[in-house]
Design a protein around this ligand. Structure first.
Ligand SMILES: [Zn+2]
Length: 264
């Protein structure tokens, strides 16, 4: 398992959640092929008020008339819950693979990893309507439109990594896996045990005395010497002083060394 070098400053001991997710997913699957999915979801999230995004089976091709208002096609416009609306529309199945809370880890943001199984390829089509100028109440007449860009998403399993907080999660990487029968529990171990996925344990050590070593876990700032198999006195990261270059002064009385960190 490789370790992450965290950003260390007063009251800040974190690894960048986006980096962790990107590096992990690039080991888990094909992030270049995952890009097609990321682009399609991003088109839905970014659609403006004049644009409607439809989701269709990959094999279906429609002309502009088919997209006329009152069509019975499936719109996918819920940018806050793109993944859920994908599942609701029947084009994908979701399984939560992993959730990492920033409070219970050293990650800078919350992390979620979701497996999105796409049994049959689909496409997201952007349609932009032209509206007649109209004043007053009532429905605004559509006078025409344009079928804009199309994003094709082939069948397979997409491992979607998101970061953020309770208010908003953003997709930072998507890894593609061949096949549609991946087990969520197996995927959990594939992600959580990946060498790049290190957010929950931290170790610290002094450059002047090799017995000054500590460990902490679960996002805790209480560093314990005994956890590292030594007898250095415990310390709280809150009480550390004299920060520079991601290190701080050794908390052991009389020691002039610098303490550095790894997260894994
Ligand atoms: Zn020391």
């Amino acid at each position: 398992m490789t370790s992450q070098t965290p950003t260390v400053d007063q009251y800040s001991l974190t690894v960048d959640a986006d980096d962790v997710v990107r590096e992990t997913l690039s080991n888990v699957g094909d992030t270049e092929r995952g890009q097609a999915f990321e682009d399609a979801m991003s088109a839905v999230r970014c659609a403006d008020s004049r644009t409607t995004t439809f989701i269709l089976p990959a094999s279906v091709n429609l002309d502009l008339d088919s997209y006329a208002p009152d069509n019975d096609l499936t719109e996918i416009n819920d940018w806050r819950n793109v993944l859920t609306s994908l599942e609701d529309s029947g084009f994908a199945k979701l399984a939560r693979v992993l959730t990492e809370d920033s409070d219970g880890s050293y990650a800078s943001d919350d992390i979620t990893v979701t497996a999105v199984t796409v049994p049959e390829g689909f496409k997201v089509v952007e349609v932009r309507y032209d509206y007649a100028p109209m004043f007053g109440l009532g429905r605004i007449p559509v006078t025409g439109g344009t079928v804009g860009e199309t994003w094709e998403v082939p069948a397979g399993t997409y491992i979607v990594g998101e970061t953020g907080n309770y208010a908003r999660m953003d997709t930072v990487a998507v890894a593609y896996l061949e096949g549609t029968d991946h087990d969520a529990e197996d995927l959990f171990f594939t992600v959580a045990e990946n060498e790049e996925f290190g957010v929950s344990r931290a170790s610290s050590g002094c450059d002047a005395d090799e017995t000054h070593q500590w460990e902490a876990e679960g996002g805790s700032w209480r560093f314990r010497g005994e956890y590292a198999g030594g007898e250095a006195p415990d310390y709280d990261f809150d009480d550390a002083e004299d920060f520079s270059d991601d290190t701080h002064a050794c908390p052991v009385e009389g020691c002039t060394g610098r303490v550095g960190y790894t997260v894994y």
